[in-house]
Design a protein. Structure first.
Length: 401
């Protein structure tokens, strides 16, 4: 067996790996020994040759290597992949009791960098978002089918990170049975907290549904009353929770008419009072300003925008956008009203998001209590050594007067 290629780091650049952070950035690399290919497993060493990790090499990415293991004796093979998939599935047993939509594999947090796998009923939806995951795709597919018993597997490797890794986006059914039933991928049935949804795993956002907001939708079901405004509503997850809770009026605003049409179909699935639901295909920023001009007020507002900051270069612009929509929403809240506000931008830290929201409250001159901090559910674990994994962050705020 030939000796594996090696990455030798610059002096002092081994500190993050010694703290078990799973990424090696291009600027940390002093030299590459050998000619590793895309996704090839390489040994990462300090500037004096001390072994640090086994990692997958990505020659075109700023994240030049993603760690598979920090143990020099570990072999990156089928046994390792199978063991980590098995452990990840076992960690999520309690979630399966509340939902048929579950994140089974959450990338680096489960020791499988760049691998995402969501289960929707009998379907698995996978994303191979890194060079290492791409190189291991056949092995990962076989192990996922073996450990879940699901032979309906659909690929959605079409996120922004795919192109950043130097890969071509890939989507479509991956198993023979999935190919035979591919037309059903546009309307996969799931149940979450006793609410029924139809999920489009072929063309919907991310893997088809925002699985990470499960717990926050459940929270809203406890808070919803009176008039509820759901901004960036997508296919109506927060809207359905509000309608089920008995809100007198639920307004769902999204720029995508197809998403709103699916949201309406989801509402019909649940037998809610459709007369209480209003669907607005509109730009949320303009809609909020229109509501302010009309002096409208709401008991509950949800702000769950798309990723405003896809990278560090867009953070400043994103902060302005977050501040803008939150300032407007705060002004539209009734006294005693609740605001659930979120950011799914990994480049926006928890502390920065909170500072932006505090600035919006100051400019809006609206007193607010922090009733709770919000994030993704337990099937989206965060490694303490990898804070970048905490991409979804949110606040539950209540207006005092």
């Amino acid at each position: 067996m030939s000796k594996p290629s090696e990455i030798w780091l610059k002096p002092g650049k081994d500190r993050s790996l010694l703290r078990r952070h799973p990424w090696v950035f291009s600027g940390a690399i002093g030299q590459v020994r050998g000619k590793p290919g895309l996704g090839e497993v390489v040994a990462v060493r300090s500037d004096v040759g001390v072994f640090l990790a086994w990692a997958a090499f990505a020659p075109a990415s700023q994240i030049r290597a993603r760690v598979w293991s920090f143990d020099e004796d570990t072999k990156v093979d089928a046994a390792l992949i199978g063991r980590r998939i098995h452990e990840a599935i076992n960690r999520r047993e309690t979630v399966a009791l509340r939902s048929t939509a579950i994140r089974l594999i959450h990338g680096e947090a489960d020791g499988l960098p760049g691998v995402i796998c969501d289960r929707y009923g009998d379907w698995l939806v996978v994303q191979f978002n890194s060079a290492g995951a791409h190189a291991m795709r056949d092995l990962l597919l076989a192990e996922l089918v073996d450990h879940t018993g699901c032979d309906l597997v659909y690929e959605r490797s079409d996120s922004d990170s795919v192109s950043l890794e130097g890969l071509e986006p890939r989507t479509g059914p991956l198993t023979e049975k999935a190919r035979q039933l591919a037309t059903q991928a546009a309307s996969v049935a799931i149940i979450e907290n006793q609410i029924h949804y139809s999920v489009d795993i072929a063309a919907g956002h991310k893997t088809g549904f925002y699985v990470d907001q499960r717990d926050n939708r459940h929270l809203l079901g406890k808070l919803a009353r009176g008039r509820v405004l759901n901004c960036f509503s997508y296919t109506g997850g927060f809207s359905l929770a509000s309608l089920k809770a008995g809100a007198s009026e639920v307004i769902s605003v999204d720029s995508s008419e197809p998403a709103l049409h699916l949201a309406q179909r989801n509402a019909a699935l649940n037998g809610v009072d459709l007369a209480c639901a209003k669907w607005e295909a509109a730009d949320v920023f303009k809609y909020l300003r229109q509501c302010r001009a009309e002096d409208q007020r709401f008991d509950v507002i949800v702000l769950d925008p798309p990723k405003f900051a896809p990278n560090s270069a867009s953070v400043e612009r994103a902060c302005r956008a977050y501040k803008d929509i939150n300032l407007l929403a705060m002004q539209l809240l009734k006294p005693g009203g609740d605001l659930l506000t979120f950011s799914c931008s990994g480049a926006i830290s928890v502390d920065l998001f909170r500072k932006v929201i505090a600035g919006a409250a100051a400019d809006a001159d609206v007193p607010l209590h922090v009733m709770g901090t919000l994030g993704a559910g337990e099937d989206h674990p965060v490694l303490l050594q990898f804070p970048e994994g905490e991409y979804l962050k949110g606040l539950h705020l209540r207006r005092l007067r």
